[in-house]
Design a protein around this ligand. Structure first.
Ligand code: SF4
Length: 95
């Protein structure tokens, strides 16, 4: 089983240009960088671990798990709501 951080050893972006995964802005050249990053993420074997880490640690910048910043913000809202529901359900079952 992978630990919280060792998934990085298997990342497809390990040797990529950081500018591709952390473009400045969301328009102009950044659009091409984001698309290139997403293409690399598509072939990455640790995409789920990467996205989970980004959601748990609230990574605000860059492309993680194939999701650029704006998409990840929307995803995180749903993720937080689901986590809240799971915790409430667990508390109900424990009481
Ligand atoms: S999913 Fe994308 S950002 Fe995450 S480790 Fe893989 S290639 Fe890197």
């Amino acid at each position: 089983m992978l630990t919280l951080t060792d998934w990085r050893e298997l990342s497809a972006c390990r040797d990529s240009d950081p500018e591709v995964f952390f473009p400045i802005g969301t328009t102009g050249p950044a659009v091409g960088h984001i698309e290139k990053a997403r293409a690399i993420c598509t072939a990455c074997s640790v995409g789920e671990e990467c996205l989970q880490y980004a959601l748990e640690t609230n990574q605000e910048s860059g492309v993680w798990g194939g999701y650029p910043e704006e998409d990840r913000r929307r995803l995180r809202k749903r993720w937080l709501a689901d986590r809240r529901r799971r915790r409430q359900e667990a508390e109900r079952q424990a009481s």
